[in-house]
Structure formats: structure tokens, C-alpha cells
Write a protein that binds this ligand. Structure first.
Ligand SMILES: NC(=O)c1ccc[n+]([C@@H]2O[C@H](COP(=O)([O-])OP(=O)(O)OC[C@H]3O[C@@H](n4cnc5c(N)ncnc54)[C@H](O)[C@@H]3O)[C@@H](O)[C@H]2O)c1
Length: 354
């Protein structure tokens, strides 16, 4: 991979490689864009097959964070850390403390937090070496479980989709198929059932199925979720679930859920557009967690009320995106990208004024 060429193509500002022999740390921090503010993005730990795979993932994820932060109206840029290692076997106090020291050396240009393969406990350790970490548990002065605002944001986003598609944001009597009943999916199901939806759901973990069943969710087999005749299909488990195989099967009007990178490729957003299925772009509707961390890091005191209010703002942001997509006759994900790029350009212009 020609790193400088790839950085220039995707617009990355900086990539930092950290290693420390004793602890076995091999880590990459990719800072994509800091026009709006310092880089913000979680830390993923994954047993990548190659160095290049780790680097590509850091670059892809950091760019995604720029877009997520920008569309949420936050004054943070996009960045991400990856640790090249197995979260089951390679974690240690030393590893997270040395990473904390290195991140501290960036002087606030980047703040981190949890992602796939890392936990709150890892960041309580890392926090001993740097204050540049968000979403710590409440007992450690952090803002706690980010799935609460994320689920609330998705719920508000689904209401916006219904407003646009059906002319009313009432969810009463609507049928929703939820893929993944984990932290976000379960809380989302609760919001939807409270508002009179019929909810189908699936997961691969038996204990999650049982607690959802008790809530009133109709459980279906994992593969059946794509075939449910429903108003809304809500992916809250894996990425790339909107692809050539599934699009043909979907019997819904709306796709709206928390999962990241829902579209296998951008062309699948175009395919949904052609089929008349309204897609709530993932990085817009699942911004609740980012909004929470940005509030924790960007203010002297964290305010849960402020975060929940901002999550309600996802409703209007989506309506704006849908309107633009309609005006330009483009897919909704492209309309969201357009708004992000416009905001970054505007703020860059403003920052030039001294
Ligand atoms: N938690 C947050 O604040 C947040 C914020 C933004 C985006 N997201 C994204 O939302 C999604 C859900 O996040 P979460 O925090 O609830 O994670 P989670 O791990 O608690 O839940 C995901 C669930 O999906 C289930 N699952 C895995 N494979 C499945 C399959 N093939 N079919 C059905 N279910 C399957 C898992 O068993 C798990 O219960 C993830 O894609 C995550 O990246 C989460």
C-alpha cells in the first residue's frame, strides 16, 4: 500500500504507529480530519491478519468518525485507534497504560474510548496515563453506557422515517423487524413496544432472546429476519447486511438501525433508493453514542438531558437529509455525505478569519 497516496486520496491528516516491545503493543492511530475540532474515535482491538489490514481498518474507521461527528453538529474531528492483537489473549495492564502514555503525548489532538474488542475496564486502566478518554463508567466520572442515547437516537430516527414515508411519526401499529437484541437492539425494542409497535426480533445469543421474549418481542430465526413483512427493518447487529442477497428479500419500506457500515457497498444505497426503500444513513441515526462522548469531553460538566435532547435532533437532521435526497434525486447516504462535506468546508472558511 502506498500510504501517502492513500492518505491523500481519503483526506487523512496523520497516521501514527506505536509499538512497545515489553507489552507487545502494536497500534495505529489514524487522524482523519480535525477541521471541526480534535479527533475523537474509539479503539478497536482485533487480530488482523496483516499490518496492512490493520492500517486500512484504522483509516476507514477514522474517516467514518469525521462524518459521524460532523453530521451530529459536534465540534470534534474524526480519528480511530486500532490495536493489532487478540483481545482474548493479548490484553494487559501494561499494554493499555503504554498506549495511554502515547496518546497523552498527542496533547489532546485525539481522544479515545471503547470499540469492538475493548471494554470500559481497559479504559479505566488507560485513563491512569491520560485524560484523553471518553465514555468511562459513571463511577469513574464518565458518562456511562452509550447504548442508552444510541437507542434513543435510533428510536427518534425511526419516527422521522415514518414522518417522511407515511406523513405521520406515530409508530402505533407499525411492524418492526430488529436484527440484534444486544445493548442497543433491546433498548430500542422497549421504546417501540411502549409506542404500540409490533416487534419481531432475532439474535444469536439465547439469553438475549429470552429477555426480549419477556419484553413482548416475537422471536424469529436469525435468517428469517430479512423475510419479515414489515414497515421497518432495523439492523442492530452486524455491518454489510444490506447487500445483493438481502435487498431482494426485504419486504419493508424503511431501513433504520444502529449497526455501523450497514451498506455492503455504496451502490447498495443506490439500490435501496431505486426500490423506494427509505434508508436512514447509519452514521446519522446511530450518532447517540458519539453525542454522549462529545458532551463528556467537550464540556466542563456532562449533561444527560443535553445529550438526550441532541439525540432528539436526529429526527430533524434526517428529515433535512431526506428532503435534499429528494430534491437532488440521489440516495440518502449521498445526501448525508453532501451535508457533512458542506459543513466542514464552511467551518474551515470560518476558521480562516482571524
Ligand atoms: N452501543 C453503541 O452506543 C453504538 C453506537 C453506534 C453504533 N453501534 C452499533 O450498533 C450495533 C449494536 O451495538 P450494541 O452496542 O448493541 O452491540 P451488542 O454486541 O450489545 O449487540 C449486538 C447483538 O447482535 C447479535 N448478533 C451478532 N450476529 C448476529 C446475527 N447474525 N444475527 C442476529 N444477531 C446477531 C449479538 O449476539 C449481539 O447481541 C453494532 O453494529 C455497533 O457497532 C453501537
Amino acid at each position: 500500500m502506498e500510504i501517502f497516496k492513500e492518505m491523500a486520496k481519503e483526506g487523512h491528516e496523520q497516521i501514527i504507529f506505536f509499538q512497545e516491545k515489553k507489552t507487545g503493543l502494536k497500534s495505529i492511530v489514524a487522524i482523519h480530519n480535525t477541521v471541526l475540532g480534535p479527533g475523537l474515535g474509539g479503539c478497536r482491538m482485533w487480530p488482523y491478519k496483516t499490518e496492512e489490514e490493520a492500517l486500512k481498518d484504522a483509516m476507514r474507521l477514522s474517516k467514518g468518525m469525521t462524518y459521524k461527528s460532523a453530521i451530529a453538529g459536534e465540534d470534534f474531528g474524526g480519528a480511530k485507534t486500532v490495536i493489532w492483537g487478540d483481545p482474548e489473549t493479548d490484553k494487559s495492564e501494561g499494554l493499555f497504560r503504554v498506549l495511554g502514555r502515547y496518546i497523552n503525548g498527542l496533547g489532546g489532538r485525539y481522544s479515545t474510548g471503547t470499540d469492538v474488542g475493548t471494554t470500559y475496564d481497559d479504559f479505566v486502566i488507560l485513563n491512569k496515563e491520560t485524560p484523553y478518554v471518553g465514555a468511562l463508567p459513571k463511577e469513574y466520572g464518565g458518562s456511562g453506557d452509550s447504548s442508552i442515547p444510541t437507542a434513543y437516537g435510533v428510536y427518534n430516527g425511526i419516527k422521522a422515517c415514518c414522518k417522511y414515508k407515511y406523513g405521520s411519526d406515530s409508530l402505533e401499529g407499525k411492524t418492526v423487524a430488529i436484527q440484534g437484541l444486544g445493548k442497543v437492539g433491546y433498548k430500542l425494542a422497549k421504546h417501540l413496544l411502549e409506542e404500540g409497535c409490533k416487534v419481531y426480533g432475532t439474535d444469536i445469543k439465547e439469553e438475549y432472546l429470552e429477555r426480549a421474549r419477556q419484553l413482548g418481542v416475537d422471536i424469529v430465526k436469525t435468517d428469517e429476519i430479512y423475510d419479515i413483512d414489515c414497515d421497518i427493518f432495523s439492523p442492530n447487529a452486524l455491518g454489510a447486511v444490506i447487500n445483493d442477497n438481502t435487498i431482494e428479500r426485504l419486504k419493508c419500506d424503511i431501513v433504520a438501525g444502529a449497526a455501523n457500515n450497514v451498506l455492503a457497498e455504496p451502490r447498495h444505497g443506490e439500490m435501496l433508493h431505486q426500490k423506494g426503500i427509505l434508508y436512514a444513513p447509519d452514521y446519522v441515526i446511530n450518532g447517540g453514542g458519539l453525542i454522549q462522548v462529545a458532551d463528556e469531553l467537550g464540556n466542563e460538566t456532562y449533561s444527560e438531558e443535553r445529550v438526550m435532547r441532541k439525540c432528539e435532533g436526529i429526527y430533524n437532521q434526517l428529515l433535512k437529509i431526506f428532503k435534499l435526497a429528494e430534491e437532488k434525486d440521489i440516495p440518502t447516504h449521498a445526501a448525508a455525505d453532501h451535508i457533512v462535506e458542506e459543513r466542514i468546508e464552511t467551518i474551515a472558511t470560518i476558521h480562516r478569519i482571524k
